[in-house]
Design a binder for this molecule. Structure first.
Ligand SMILES: *[C@@H]1O[C@H](CO)[C@@H](O)[C@H](O)[C@H]1NC(C)=O
Ligand SMILES: *[C@@H]1O[C@H](CO)[C@@H](O)[C@H](O)[C@H]1NC(C)=O
Ligand SMILES: *[C@@H]1O[C@H](CO)[C@@H](O)[C@H](O)[C@H]1NC(C)=O
Ligand SMILES: *[C@@H]1O[C@H](CO)[C@@H](O)[C@H](O)[C@H]1NC(C)=O
Ligand SMILES: *[C@@H]1O[C@H](CO)[C@@H](O)[C@H](O)[C@H]1NC(C)=O
Length: 591
């Protein structure tokens, strides 16, 4: 149940966060007026990608809404997954060393022997006589009890064939609640006190492995086999009211902002490159006249206002040129850093449980609180533990944001690049004429769906890697023992391993995509509003270009006296510009 609920939760949160991201994008996109104002001050804005550059140029109301949407995503990432959590049960138990006589004797115990109470002795005796105990070999018994949390069994009779001088059928007994430093050290016998904990653990694990095959001695008695009181496992699925309330509150605030955006944001913003091109074709931007071959680089280097004709030099740019160096560095350094940290923690985790092969780790399972996979430094208290367990989710969300930003840059540039080769209608938020509507997801489906699956999958793996570990302890009578019950953070090595593999593949894919090349038929403008507007000065007669399929290229023109041509988006025939020719745009002929 926990598995399916968490898959569902992750699917929902992915959708919710995508919707929130989309709204943030709409809000932070500039309106045409804001673009014009910025251009008038020789500044440019970002179109079609998530960016903070635009925040300097948009209204306070929208900045506030943007911030609320952004901030409300943080608790969602940190808490959504722990709104529902499962808890295990652990049983305290008595181990009682008995001789075979214990089963024949009709004796009723009226005094405690060893540390077990009269009640337990009699109950075990009765269960044994009634055949209510299960017969396990020594090896099975050691495996069953050699774990941190014994959940499927309680009291156990360790049957020996030796006798002592008092002729008692009960030779020794002990109450065991698992709070001892090594939760099952009784199995290993004594004799290694003073060794460091890890060594003791090692010795005990090894002892169990060896002794199981040959000789097992408890309290000086050789154990032949065990009779185990098998009980039903009492696991539990719970939800936290406080966390639910926080999640509901931030979701509600997100919903309000989204509704407000749909309702009150009357002036359309230029969300996609298609929106910007349509707007600039319909109403060309006077500040970018005469620089029709401008690239983002030209604009950044302040060659904006020089307005000279520029020779066309076709170049097949790498995809990575579409995003800034800063963006690439931030994303990849962070990703590689986090993967490195993950590898370090994985080795620590494997040390913690002393298992170093993948098959054995796989058998421990995803997200299961097993033997020792509990973080010993975890904070206490449900909220603090929750935040600690979900920290990786928050980090992952941030990484994904930067990763997705890279793809948005590269694929936005690809969309632009295609206009140099094919005639296509513009992709806009509110289509008119032959315009196409925008994708449901921000990127083309061929990229959006794999990215979404990867992100959802990684979040799920993270939720299985480090998770809330809740263990309800029951005492040897089967009563709930609140004092010894634990709520902490557990980890699963195999899930961490899988997450690292998926994350590593994602980083490599991102970089590999950067080494693909664009076609050389159109300048690389990236998301730069000024360079986009420079390419949108169509011939005067082409006033409906924004509603029709368009293509970028050299527009037909009388062989000019100055030999300078003009390139732009147009619904008319266009040709690929000629390498080495000069191109600009003149006020008289081109609006
Ligand atoms: C236990 O029972 C035996 C007889 O079965 C009796 O002799 C003995 O006194 C009893 N002990 C206690 C502590 O009641
Ligand atoms: C085990 O004990 C229960 C009563 O607690 C009894 O009903 C049942 O028959 C016993 N099982 C066996 C196999 O004797
Ligand atoms: C338990 O099984 C062993 C053999 O595996 C057998 O010798 C022993 O008698 C059995 N004990 C009981 C109480 O059934
Ligand atoms: C021990 O028990 C056996 C039978 O159960 C009996 O024959 C023997 O006398 C007892 N020995 C002592 C010292 O009580
Ligand atoms: C967020 O929105 C931007 C712009 O619309 C888009 O490019 C990006 O893919 C989206 N990111 C996520 C994480 O969905």
């Amino acid at each position: 149940m926990s598995l399916w609920i968490h898959l569902g939760i992750n699917a929902m949160s992915t959708m919710l966060l995508s919707a929130s991201n989309y709204t943030m994008q709409v809000i932070s996109s500039p309106t045409r007026k804001e673009v014009d104002d910025a251009h008038a001050k020789s500044r440019w804005l970002d179109i079609g990608i998530p960016s903070t550059r635009n925040l300097r140029s948009i209204s306070w109301g929208r900045i506030t809404m943007w911030i609320i949407l952004g901030l409300s995503s943080v608790p969602l990432h940190l808490m959504y997954n722990t709104a529902v959590f499962s808890s295990l049960s652990a049983n305290a138990y008595d181990y009682i060393v008995v001789s075979e006589d214990f089963f024949d004797s009709s004796a009723v115990y009226n005094a405690s022997i060893g540390f077990s109470t009269i009640d337990i002795l009699n109950a075990m005796h009765e269960a044994a006589v009634n055949g209510n105990l299960s017969n396990y070999t020594s090896a099975e018994c050691m495996t069953m009890y050699g774990v941190n949390f014994v959940s499927k069994a309680r009291n156990v009779l360790l049957v020996t064939n030796t006798r002592d001088t008092t002729n008692n059928s009960v030779l020794a007994s002990q109450e065991w609640d698992g709070t001892q430093e090594i939760p099952y050290s009784w199995i290993c016998g004594d004799g290694w006190d003073g060794d460091p904990y890890a060594d003791q653990m090692q010795v005990c694990t090894t002892t169990i492995a060896q002794a199981a095959a040959t000789d097992w001695t408890v309290s000086g008695h050789h154990i032949s086999y065990c009779m185990v009181e098998v009980v039903e496992e009492k696991c539990q699925l719970s939800f936290s009211l406080v966390i639910m309330l926080i999640v509901i509150a931030v979701n509600a605030s997100k919903a309000c902002i989204m509704i407000l955006t749909a309702w009150k944001l009357n002036e359309p913003t230029l969300v996609t490159i298609g929106d910007a091109v349509a707007s600039f074709l319909k109403d060309p931007d006077p500040t970018s006249e005469g620089i029709c071959l401008s690239t983002k680089m030209d604009i950044q280097k302040k060659r904006w206002k020089l307005q000279t004709a520029k020779p066309w030099t076709p170049k097949k740019h790498f995809w990575f040129r579409a995003a800034s160096v800063k963006r690439w560095l931030i994303c990849n350094i962070l990703c590689i850093g986090v993967i490195g940290l993950g590898i370090f923690l994985l080795t620590q985790g494997m040390d913690g449980i002393d298992i170093y092969n993948i098959k054995a780790l796989w058998e421990l399972g995803f997200g299961t609180v097993s033997a020792n996979s509990v973080v010993t430094v975890a904070p206490t208290g449900l909220i603090a533990t929750t935040l600690f367990a979900n920290l990786p989710q928050g980090i992952l969300s941030f990484l994904y944001l930067t990763y997705n930003g890279l793809f948005s840059c590269m694929l936005g540039a690809l969309e632009w690049n295609r206009f140099g080769r094919f005639r296509k209608p513009l992709r806009v938020t509110a289509p008119e004429g032959t315009q196409r509507s925008t994708y449901y997801l921000q990127l083309p489906y061929t990229y959006a769906i794999p990215l979404l699956l990867m992100s959802g999958g990684l979040h799920w793996l993270m939720s299985q890697s480090l998770f809330l570990a809740l263990v309800n302890v029951y005492d040897d009578d089967g009563e709930f023992d609140a004092e010894n019950s634990i709520s902490t953070v557990g980890y699963s090595c195999i899930a961490i391993f899988a997450a690292l593999i998926v994350g590593g593949v994602a980083v490599v894919c991102g970089i590999a995509n950067g080494f693909r090349r664009y076609d050389d038929g159109i300048p690389l403008v990236g998301s730069c509003s000024a360079a986009i507007s420079a390419a949108c000065h169509p011939p005067k007669e082409d006033s409906m270009a924004h509603l029709m399929p368009v293509k970028w290229g050299k527009v037909e023109r009388d062989p000019g006296s100055d030999g300078v041509g003009h390139c732009c988006f147009s619904s008319f025939e266009v040709e690929r510009p000629v390498s080495g020719d000069l191109y600009a745009g003149t006020k008289e002929k081109y609006s």
